[in-house]
Design a protein around this ligand. Structure first.
Ligand SMILES: *Cc1c(COP(=O)(O)O)cnc(C)c1O
Length: 418
């Protein structure tokens, strides 16, 4: 890889090599990350990047679209079959723009959106004051029950009945439990709202049919393709057939410009791969490892928000260890384990410090780590939480983490030789 860049721009080439080594040496546990197959990298760098194209097959705005038409139509067939969806639009550049295209399709300025509180797991694009979307629409938020730390559907229902939102959003970036889509669909129906499920984090688990799918219940389902789906940096949107025209118009010209055909090609490869036993086995390992880590951390005195996990991520309350998310994140980072600090529900600490960390299991499962390795990682986490500034402990943990991860290559040896 990068045969030509190595010749023409050694400085840039070195940065790519450096990043490859960083990834190889690190135990990657950021919940939104995964490792793309080499085919996804090949296709993301393919000649489709040269083609400028707008519109849909049969309704393009530029000539020379005959091959791209075949590509996009192949993607539609694969996506609809894999997810059992009535309609799909594959043009989203990311999970964020997938959401924007639904907003553009169904909302007018001033409309009300009811979504999950951002400090309890919701996403920036669901109504953060820092995001432009919040300047256009009116946002209200639901949250989790203080006892169970799971979504409080009764409160959500009462709220929806009172404020009558135009759109209800389910889905989050830091919620370790399954979501009751059927209940949310009923609430949306009763209150005259559209239901959009943002499955950005869990699309791979849904594709592998290991957790329930929102597709039968939601009017619109958006996703990023980078997270558990393990594909290109892009997105996609599904909807009921009756909203197909609205969604397509909301995507183009509603919110996006020309299509990223190169990442679309990569997504389409993954839409085939995600239907294979090999992908399903990886996703099963993600879930198994999440259960193993939850148990191992619990046994070592950490408290898991909501008591456990049903998906690929864990939210850990560090207060029992008397350490902040920020200090824990930095100490783990210094030994080669990457997690991110994250607020827990009703966190007394600020978003910059936090009382928790979010831990994701996708990348390590892809590399092949299993129960024995996950328990060793829990051990390292326990030692670090007890002595985050002790150089001897950090040195020992760093050596152990490195020895552990080196047995599981990120990519096959020689994959990038040039
Ligand atoms: C990550 C995420 C997004 C945004 O996806 P990008 O591909 O990073 O733009 C949207 N919604 C949720 C719930 C997410 O977790």
């Amino acid at each position: 890889m990068l045969k030509y860049t190595k010749q023409s721009d050694p400085e840039l080439y070195e940065l790519v090599e450096e990043e490859l080594h960083r990834q190889e040496q690190n135990i990657e546990m950021i919940a939104s990350e995964s490792t793309v197959p080499l085919e996804v990298m090949e296709l993301s760098g393919s000649v489709f990047t040269n083609k400028t194209l707008e519109g849909l097959p049969g309704k393009r705005f530029q000539a020379g679209s005959e091959v791209a038409d075949k590509l996009e139509e192949l993607g539609w067939r694969r996506a609809k079959e894999l997810f059992g969806a009535e309609h799909v639009n594959l043009q989203a550049y990311s999970g964020s723009t997938a959401n924007y295209s639904v907003f553009a399709a169904v909302l007018t300025p001033g409309d009300r959106i009811l979504s999950m509180r951002l400090d309890q797991g919701g996403h920036l694009t669901h109504g953060s004051p820092a995001n432009w979307v919040s300047k256009i629409y009116h946002h209200d938020f639901y949250g989790v029950n203080a006892e169970t730390e799971q979504i409080d559907y009764d409160a959500l229902e009462a709220m929806a009945k009172e404020i009558r939102p135009r759109l209800i959003i389910a889905g989050a970036s830091a919620y370790p439990r399954l979501i009751d889509y059927e209940r949310m669909a009923r609430i949306a129906e009763e209150t005259g709202a559209y239901l959009m499920v943002d499955m950005a984090h869990i699309a791979g688990l849904v594709a592998a049919k290991l957790i329930p799918s929102p597709i039968p219940w939601a009017d619109f389902v958006t996703t990023s393709t980078t997270k558990t789906f393990c594909s290109a940096r892009a997105g996609m949107v599904f909807c009921k057939e009756k909203y197909a025209k609205m969604l397509d118009r909301g995507t183009f010209p509603g919110s996006l410009g020309s299509i990223h055909l190169h990442t679309m090609a990569a997504k389409i490869w993954s839409l085939k791969y995600a239907g294979t036993p090999a992908f399903r086995a990886v996703m099963q390992r993600v879930l198994d490892n999440a259960q193993t880590l939850a148990r191992a951390l619990d046994e070592r005195g950490f408290r898991l928000v909501s008591g456990g996990t049903d998906n690929h991520l864990l939210l850990v309350d560090l207060r029992s260890k008397d350490i902040s998310g920020k200090v824990f994140q930095n100490a783990l980072d210094s030994v080669g384990i990457t997690v991110n600090k994250n607020q827990i529900p009703n966190d007394p600490a600020s978003p910059f410090v936090t009382s928790g960390v979010r831990i994701g299991m996708t990348s390590t499962a892809q590399r092949g780590l299993g129960e024995a390795e996950i328990i060793r990682i829990a051990d390292i986490m326990e030692r670090i939480a007890g002595a985050p500034e002790d150089p001897a402990v950090l040195d020992a943990c760093r050596a152990e983490a490195r020895e552990l991860i080196f047995r599981f290559p990120l990519y096959p040896p020689g994959a990038f030789d040039c």
